[in-house]
Design a protein around this ligand. Structure first.
Ligand code: FEO
Length: 396
């Protein structure tokens, strides 16, 4: 599929309506995705990024129908991850002389991944590539947004920022524009993408983002490497400013897993205490084994507090909670208040483990939480309600 974005700039990527898991099986993509590749034509032609490896043949065959492959003068590889570089081996097997413009780290990741000695041209922030007819590409290193190799390419004549993963969303749509999809769905997918992909390096990324926010760029459109093109760039720029500034809504998220229902009873009683103490605060409760991990992380990202519970199981926590906590430790979400609860038969180890992992995730522990020996009775459930109210007071 191909469509014109502005005169001389067209989309030549792949919309993947099927995709439901990505990064192996780590990331859910409920609304599919797209691998966005762009052609920019002046006197010379540049191809910016390509598509994921499984679509390499399809991509090159479709590209042939749009342009003679020997008319592609430059490849710009904004990022080496295979969802954007996966068709380059195929294309460069056919046209090996096309130079590949990328950062120094881009060369490392591309050469490391594909083992090819392509004609790499290393670029730094401010370097330019003139395509003629007023089309000039400017490169901006965007280290850790979200890989060391990442860069962003700016086309000043059209005010287009080719931002690669930044400002992207896993969202299949046609037309592939922000004003052609449900605004709430788009904002959710952009938030989920930010929380699960961009946030691990948010502190480092913030500096780069600030440089983009403050740069004297007359951005009229953002063309990311996944999802819809932002005809209204200020919408996503404003969202990123918010999300990268210790973002928190008036929301508490409680996550638990359970074997025989005890931790569910505790989660709900803690929720009752929260609701009573702060009736207007949004409260969301998830069984981690029955809900999508990435959606739960998105909800924790937007919350000001998170409570996590698991029974003790083999001296540890249940698998879904272990996986969630491991992910939270790596993600470095904005600061949150946090607490733990557990049921147990002979050792409350799960409580200790949850507290430790939440601290390692950078969350501030509030109170001692609640532990229930066997099934929680009314006394323990009252303790849960009191803890919920206490947590709410300390979090406000
Ligand atoms: Fe969409 Fe970092 O790849």
């Amino acid at each position: 599929m191909s469509f014109e974005i502005t005169e001389g700039v067209s989309f030549v990527g792949k919309i993947d309506w099927e995709l439901r898991r990505f990064h192996g099986d780590e990331l859910s993509t409920h609304r599919g995705t797209s691998y966005n590749s762009y052609l920019v034509r002046g006197d010379k032609t540049a191809l910016i990024d390509s598509v994921w490896t499984p679509f390499a043949d399809e991509f090159v065959e479709k590209l042939r129908k749009i342009i003679d492959l020997d008319k592609i003068d430059f490849i710009v590889a904004n990022h080496g991850e295979p969802d954007h570089s996966g068709a380059l081996p195929k294309l460069l097997d056919i046209q090996p002389e096309i130079p590949v413009y990328c950062t120094a780290n881009g060369k490392k990741s591309l050469a490391g991944y594909y083992g090819k000695d392509w004609d790499f041209r290393i670029v730094k922030t401010g370097d330019k590539l003139d395509l003629g007819e007023g089309k000039e590409l400017t490169f901006i290193e965007a280290t850790m947004l979200h890989w060391p190799d990442t860069m962003i390419t700016y086309l000043e004549s059209d005010g287009i920022l080719f931002s690669n993963d930044v400002f992207g969303q896993h969202f299949a749509a046609e037309p592939l524009f922000d004003d052609a999809v449900e605004a709430a769905d788009l904002e959710y997918e952009a938030l989920k993408y930010y929380a699960n992909i961009i946030s691990p390096f948010a502190k480092k990324a913030r500096k780069k983002l600030d440089a983009i926010f403050q740069a004297d760029l007359n951005i009229k459109m953002i063309c990311p490497a996944h999802g819809v093109i932002w005809k209204n760039p200020n919408k996503i720029l404003d969202l990123y400013k918010k999300w990268s500034s210790n973002y928190a809504e008036d929301q508490i998220t409680i996550v638990y897993d359970t074997m025989y229902g005890s931790d569910r009873l505790m989660a709900e009683a803690i929720g009752e205490g929260i609701a009573e103490a702060s009736p207007n605060t949004k409260l969301k409760i998830f069984n981690a084994a029955r809900n999508d991990k990435n959606d739960i992380i998105t909800e924790i990202f937007r919350s000001k507090g998170a409570l996590v519970g698991s029974p003790t199981y083999n001296g540890g926590v249940l698998g879904s909670i272990a996986a969630l906590l491991e992910e939270l430790v790596g993600l470095h979400l904005p600061p949150k208040k946090a607490g733990a609860f557990c049921s147990y038969g002979w050792s409350p180890m799960s409580h200790k483990i949850i507290m430790k992992r939440l601290e390692e995730a950078g969350f501030e522990i509030v109170g001692a939480g609640v532990k229930s020996l066997w099934k929680p009775d009314e006394k323990i459930l009252d303790e849960c309600r009191e803890f919920g109210a206490f947590f709410m007071r300390e979090t406000d």
